[in-house]
Design a protein around this ligand. Structure first.
Ligand code: FE2
Ligand code: FE2
Length: 146
């Protein structure tokens, strides 16, 4: 069983958003596998920590790329979408601090375990609407150029 399956999130009208979501789900499931292994024998801490760092970097890039796209194409609900990202990042940053400063890796692992619920909700509501707008806007602008 994986933590999250790509099929659980809506398919994006914009390919690069879809690809990002699939990559992130893959990393999330790799974190889980390493965390389970770590829970059993504590042998793979450095591998788990590297994967957590990869996950964090991916989330930050994922959100910032969406924000760049929204700005570029004047998405009317940019502020609302960015605020949703910022709230998730606040919780993420708190978990990172517990892990990196107070050496409580379980806080970070718990954050990852709880994150699919938010991710599914965010992708299926906010991202889906955004991707639909962006793909239509990009197609429209391309046509206007011809
Ligand atoms: Fe997204
Ligand atoms: Fe988003």
């Amino acid at each position: 069983m994986a933590l999250l399956y790509a099929e659980q999130v809506e398919y994006m009208d914009l390919e690069e958003m879809q690809d990002t979501h699939e990559d992130e789900i893959k990393i999330l499931n790799e974190v889980e596998q390493l965390a389970v292994q770590y829970g059993m024998n504590k042998s793979n801490l450095s591998e788990l920590e590297a994967k957590l760092d990869e996950y964090i970097a991916h989330v930050r890039e994922h959100f910032s790329n969406e924000e760049v796209l929204m700005k570029k194409h004047h998405f009317p609900h940019f502020e609302m979408h960015k605020m949703a990202h910022d709230m998730f990042l606040m919780d993420l940053n708190y978990a990172i601090r517990q892990w990196k400063e107070f050496h409580d890796i379980d806080k970070m692992i718990n954050f990852v375990y709880k994150s699919p619920e938010w991710i599914v909700m965010h992708i299926n509501s906010v991202d889906a609407v955004t991707a639909r707008y962006l793909s239509q806007k990009i197609a429209h602008d391309e046509k206007a150029k011809q």
